[in-house]
Unconditional design. Sequence first.
Length: 276
Amino acid sequence: MSRADELFLQNCRDILAEGTWDKDLPVRPRWEDGTPAHTIKLFGLVNRYDLREEFPIQTIRRMYLKSAVDELLWIWQKKSNNVHDLDTGIWDAWADESGSIGKAYGYQFGVKHHYPEGEMDQVDRVLYDLKHNPSSRRILTNLYNHHDLSEMALYPCAYSMTFNVTGETLNAILHQRSQDMLTANGWNVMQYAVLVHFLAQVSGLEAGELVHVIADAHIYDRHVPIVEELLTRTPYPAPKLWVDPAVTDFYAFTPSSIRLDGYQCHELGDKIPVAI
């Protein structure tokens, strides 16, 4: 059984059995028909994935890894806030007429900051420290810039990564304020696992653990029947991730730099409604 499946299924069982509904509260998200999108949630989930053992991708439903990596590179590599730089339409609902999502996500990574070593953005700071100061306990990024929140189409959900080098191993913690479990959990886990692999490779390190900390892990009301059906499925073993060993520059990675070998999965069947 894939570790990603194991943790996702257990998280969902726990949320449905022990979670708290917000149906008595006003909520911001809406379904396409304008109905309030309510959730059942648990606070403070922590999941650990050892990337040395397997690649964390769900098999109980088909996951589109290259599309997830395209979004990851849109933020971390292109440092873009314009949906026209994406190959998918996953951000279209939050974009304005020009395609911009405001000062969110990639915009924040494009801002340069002053350091003793010179002017760098957050991504280049991480790359610099992994190569020149791997023992540092200050290697992190933060997209939740309060100064710019009013100009963001959506506040960052996965907002911070903390990196830590132990020996020759790169470990990371992904901090997430909010997680739509059905729509985004598997997506975020696999894309940030790829990020750890990418950063490790260009820094001469081995990818180690990815720890995922979720403040508000929730299932939307209209997602409950789909989740309940997924809970009946038998997962497949995890596939193997191949990363092109010829790439030594983080900015040279593309979605084609990766491949999954032996990926077996169930088809989802139903289209997942998304709350906006």
